[in-house]
Design a protein around this ligand. Structure first.
Ligand SMILES: Cc1cc2nc3c(=O)[nH]c(=O)nc-3n(C[C@H](O)[C@H](O)[C@H](O)COP(=O)(O)OP(=O)(O)OC[C@H]3O[C@@H](n4cnc5c(N)ncnc54)[C@H](O)[C@@H]3O)c2cc1C
Length: 187
């Protein structure tokens, strides 16, 4: 990869919040517009950096949850009530706000539509975020690759991507949201 391309990915740049919408219980989808975004592969992530007025900085990584075909770069953020960064991303950001971001980062955990072998995805909770990018890309590219997502969430209210996945259910072999039993059977 050209050195300038790598430098560009690792350079902090401004992203503008286009939307911040609830996606599931305690989970928001942040849709970002980023000038000069060169595109990404499903499975890559970005680093987000926040700076307080006193100069203190906090940095966290988030998987890109939108397909390369999307006009926005979307992040699916789960709010940890005692977390430092995620409550601000889910509850503090409004459309038009800006934050610092760098990426896309990562090249091993990616999938693109030219790969036509079967795709088995296994995720729990917000770990499904990169798979949403893969599923949307799979649909947008009309991929013929068989895809199966096994997904676990604490309850149906916690299922991320439920509304987005519904229209294309026919493209998926399976999607399982496992409810946690009140008590696990003991032996
Ligand atoms: C590659 C990558 C991709 C990711 N993708 C996503 C994604 O798509 N969506 C998503 O929601 N998250 C994702 N994450 C996780 C994300 O980066 C953050 O870790 C997450 O949002 C929590 O950050 P926070 O600042 O809110 O919580 P933090 O402040 O980091 O705290 C996290 C937890 O640790 C506890 N804690 C903090 N400090 C201590 C301490 N000193 N001792 C004991 N406990 C402590 C806190 O109480 C809290 O429960 C990803 C992480 C990586 C590495």
């Amino acid at each position: 990869m050209a050195r300038t391309a790598i430098r560009r990915r690792l350079t902090w740049r401004l992203a503008t919040v286009a939307a911040n919408a609830s996606e599931a219980r305690a989970v928001h989808r942040l849709s970002l517009r980023i000038d000069g975004w060169d595109g990404h592969l499903p499975g890559q992530h970005v680093d987000v950096r926040l700076t307080a007025p006193d100069g203190y900085q906090a940095q966290r990584s988030y998987s890109i949850a939108s397909a390369p075909e999307s006009p926005t770069v979307d992040l699916v953020v789960q709010r940890l009530d005692d977390g430092e960064v995620s409550p601000y991303l889910t509850d503090g950001l409004r459309p038009g706000d800006q934050l610092e971001l760098r990426g896309p980062i990562g090249g091993y955990f990616v999938w693109h539509a030219e790969l036509d072998s079967p795709l088995q995805l296994v995720a729990g909770s917000s770990g499904v975020a990169p798979f949403l990018a893969m599923l949307d890309h799979h649909a947008a590219a009309a991929s013929g690759a068989p895809v199966r997502l096994l997904y676990s969430a604490r309850s149906l209210d916690d299922v991320i991507g439920e509304r987005r996945r519904r229209p294309r259910r026919q493209h998926l072999n399976a999607f399982a949201a496992a409810r946690r039993r009140p008590t696990w059977p003991s032996r």
